[in-house]
Design a protein. Sequence first.
Length: 357
Amino acid sequence: MQNIMAEKFIANVKPLRQFMDDGSFLLQEIPEVFRALQAMGAPEYIDYDYLLSISGMAVRLAWQPGWAAYDGLHNQAVFLDGDSKPTIERTLALAGARYTVKTGIESAMNDIVASIDRDVPVLLYEGNAWLTVLGYRDDELYGVNHDKLEDWRDKLKAYILFDAFKPRAMDTAMLLDALQLAVRLARTTHVERHGDTALGTASFDAVAEMMVWDEGFEPLDNHKNPKKNKRYEGEISFPYERPEGYYRTDGARTLGDRFWKCYCDFLCMLNGYDNFSRFLDKYADLLPAHSKRLKEAAGYYQIACHYSGALWDYVKPNEKGIAKFKNKDVRYAFAAHMLRAKIYTIKAVEILEEVIR
């Protein structure tokens, strides 16, 4: 007798191209929320710009001392303190979702299957990662594009079941909340629990300083075949004395890691300004007396974002391009662009502060 597999998939969920088209390439939090809300029939106005902006993820910046390809949180994850659940829950609530957070693996599969059978997705929380469940086949779970979710039982920390979804349209109170969050994230430059990590506008200075101060690139490998790049394990010498805590010697020790896992990570955060700029421009008229100024701020965020993209004029995303990262003049040009982005960020934030007042 032939075995009949039990399966169900939620249809017609728009995949999210995560790099530059629909939004910045970021951590999984907001893309996974976006996919889940799409599966529940979210209206067109609840787009990626909307969710990224009300969550604050469009405008958060962090740079840790040294090159953050060491054990522990990388730069983007610092913003979340290693726990993205509060950000997810706040974003879902603002968007109009009602939900229940559950823990424990015992009832998870039954809960998830019951939800999918109702055409309602489930969010799985694996600590630093989120997964949107859109289907199942027997005892396997599947996400966007029917990708099988591997080892989810071993990693599961919690899961979110949706009770209802009544989309909330943007209003003046919600817009002001987003403006206040953007100001707070820009003006909070350090917090005690993160030590020397630079946040907000201070992160631009920290990146620029690394570009100018760090001369420890010479021994780093840049093999023509990136799979053969070896991590450099010897001493890294610096010609100048550094303040204590400024540089972490356990950081990235291949050229590719320094570029992709560290510096490019920061550019991806900065690219979120593009989403926030569109958000401000779209909803500025909710505050008629300030719409002109909000659109001016949107323009400043767009210019600051431009200095993220301008850097690709120097370094192309290939082995030959990344090799230029060893060139001091190129790194100095990068530093100058970061300081320009800081200036336009401050100009935009000052306008938001004026509107809030």
